[in-house]
Design a protein around this ligand. Structure first.
Ligand SMILES: Cc1ncc(COP(=O)(O)O)c(C=O)c1O
Length: 371
């Protein structure tokens, strides 16, 4: 095998990262504070339109801070997408609360608003919050869901870890709820190698999250502690990478969308394949191009792609199917299990060319034909 591996979503530098890191070194602020941490937060505020942003070590920590600030703790119920990555759920466990999993709708593959409303009308124990994932960078039916959360008096935390740059009616995912979270993990649209951002229009909450993220130090020179906190603040070195990455955020969204368009173009005439839908009035960032197969086994496609050095991965295994959550409550309609049984994410790195996508599509088409 001579060709270089094509990954699901590999880091893609803008070119200014090292220059800004050097500036950090010149300033000697090799610390979890400094000019670039502030600049990175400003760039997220300006881009997404949120009023406040806090840069932290990763998206999981940002979700944890959101739950802590909202006072969610032992035995509280927290609704969450079942069709998601575990990073969306771990914070609920850290807070000793109970995840209650909600299934998806076919229209968006994200949380079904009808199921959410039905549960909130009928449930005996009202959940404190909903953590909603915008899966694979595609917006959920977020306006409807935000309205339902308001109506029933539960907090909405948007897990926009995968969906930076995705919008609904022109408004950025991550800015509809009480809190939003972005991830800058190595595989995301933009990366700082590891990193996260917590956003909210509520300044007091972000101030409180800042307090918890820096060891909950009361304002005394000798460090007084009334509450416990965490060491979650982002390094100035990593924030320098983030600032350089934010300079190309729109380019990256447009390239991800272009990659999706190429997949669609090359696989258009294959009845066996359906792509992840995009809701009307929304713009997904198509972080990963995702598809399902009616007749072909996704495992067969995955093997065929691996043999030509191309990475692909089954759709997330729903949380309610995970051994860890075998006793958790789950409100189901069969959608996520069905998608999981027949779906695949394919290589979607922004460094890829149209020829790369054509080669991948040739392999997928041949595998589908051989069924
Ligand atoms: C949906 C989702 N939620 C949360 C996370 C956690 O983010 P991080 O890896 O930055 O902790 C990720 C990704 O890693 C994710 O894909």
């Amino acid at each position: 095998m001579s060709n270089k591996r094509l990954f699901l979503s590999s880091p893609h530098m803008s070119g200014n990262e090292l220059k800004y890191i050097e500036k950090v070194f010149e300033s000697n602020y090799i610390a979890p504070l400094g000019e670039y941490v502030n600049k990175f937060e400003d760039s997220i505020r300006n881009y997404t339109g949120t009023k406040n942003a806090l840069a932290v070590v990763n998206g999981t920590a940002a979700l944890h801070l959101a739950l802590r600030v909202l006072g969610i703790g032992t035995d509280d119920d927290v609704l969450a997408s079942t069709f998601t990555f575990i990073g969306s759920i771990n914070a609920i466990i850290y807070q000793d609360a109970n995840p209650v999993f909600l299934d998806s709708e076919k229209e968006s593959w994200n949380i079904c608003p009808k199921l959410l409303n039905k549960y909130l009308v009928e449930c005996e124990k009202k959940p404190k919050a909903l953590i909603l994932t915008h899966l694979y960078g595609m917006s959920a039916d977020i306006e409807k869901i935000a309205d339902i959360c308001k109506l029933h008096g539960i907090y909405l935390i948007e897990d926009a870890a995968e969906s930076l740059g995705a919008t609904y009616n022109g408004k950025h995912t991550g800015t509809f709820g009480d809190f939003g979270v972005y991830s800058f993990n190595g595989n995301k649209l933009l990366t700082t190698s590891g990193g996260g951002m917590l956003v909210s229009d509520n300044e007091e909450w972000i101030k409180k999250a800042m307090f918890y993220s820096t060891q909950a130090k009361e304002p005394y020179i000798h460090y007084e502690h009334i509450e416990y906190g965490y060491n979650y603040r982002m390094s100035n070195v990593l924030a320098a990478i983030g600032v350089a990455q934010m300079e190309v955020v729109e380019d990256r969204v447009l390239k991800k969308r272009e990659i999706f368009k190429w997949y669609k173009e090359f696989l258009d005439n294959i009845d066996d394949i359906e792509f992840m839908p995009e809701l009307e009035n929304s713009r997904g960032n198509r972080w990963l191009t995702a598809m399902t197969f009616k007749n072909t086994s996704y495992e067969k496609v995955m093997k065929a792609l691996d043999s030509v050095n191309v990475e692909s991965r089954p759709l997330w295994k729903p949380m309610h199917m995970q051994p860890l959550f075998k006793d958790a409550k789950a409100i189901l309609n069969g959608v996520s299990e069905d998608l999981y049984s027949k779906g695949l994410c394919v290589a979607s790195s922004t460094t890829m060319t149209k020829d790369d996508v054509k080669m991948i599509c040739d392999v997928i088409r041949d595998t589908c034909k051989s069924v």
